[in-house]
Design a protein around this ligand. Structure first.
Ligand SMILES: [Zn+2]
Length: 157
C-alpha cells in the first residue's frame, strides 16, 4: 500500500501544482481506495482538520472525508465519493476559513449557508446530505478541491 503525505505550502504565491488539478471520478471501491480514505482520515485528525480531499494527499480522485458529521451515526458517512453539489441556498454566510494545505492562512470567505450534496458511500450506495453551517462550508470547500479551486481564490483582490 502507498503511504500518503499531506501537500502543503506556507506561501499562497507558490501553490503546489497538484492542488490545481481536476480530480477524476471513482469508478469502483477497491482496497487501495479504502486504505486511502483511512490514511486521509488519520492525516486530517493528526492536523486537527475537519475535512480533507484526496488531492491534498496527492491523489486526484473524487473522494473527501469530513469529521463532525453529526447527522449520521455510522462512521461510513464521513467518507463521500464522487460528491456533487445539487443545490445551494441563495443566502451566504461569512466565516474565517482555513485549509490543511495552507497552514497559518485564514481568510473570511462568503459561501452559501446551506447545501444539498449527492455522493456515494464506501458501500457504493447513493447518499444525499443536507447540511448547513460549518458542515455545509466544509462540503463546499472540499468539493472545490476536486475542481482545483482553493479557498484563497475567493479572496477579493
Ligand atoms: Zn482545503
Amino acid at each position: 500500500m502507498n503511504k500518503y503525505k499531506l501537500v502543503t505550502t506556507k506561501d499562497r504565491d507558490k501553490i503546489p501544482v497538484i492542488l490545481r488539478e481536476k480530480s477524476k471520478p471513482v469508478t469502483k471501491i477497491t482496497p487501495e481506495l479504502l486504505d486511502l480514505a483511512k490514511q486521509m482520515t488519520k492525516i486530517m485528525k493528526a492536523n486537527k482538520g475537519i475535512g480533507i480531499s484526496a488531492i491534498q494527499v496527492g491523489v486526484p480522485v473524487r473522494m473527501i472525508v469530513l469529521s463532525n458529521c453529526d447527522m449520521c451515526s455510522s462512521d461510513q458517512c464521513f467518507i463521500f465519493i464522487n460528491p456533487e453539489i445539487k443545490r445551494v441556498s441563495r443566502r451566504e454566510a461569512v466565516f474565517s476559513e482555513g485549509c490543511l494545505s495552507f497552514p497559518d492562512i485564514f481568510e473570511d470567505i462568503s459561501r452559501p449557508e446551506k447545501v444539498v450534496v449527492k455522493a456515494k458511500n464506501t458501500d457504493w450506495e447513493d447518499v444525499e446530505i443536507e447540511a448547513e453551517g460549518l458542515m455545509a462550508r466544509c462540503l463546499e470547500h472540499e468539493i472545490d478541491h476536486l475542481e482545483g479551486v482553493l479557498f484563497i481564490d475567493y479572496v477579493r483582490k
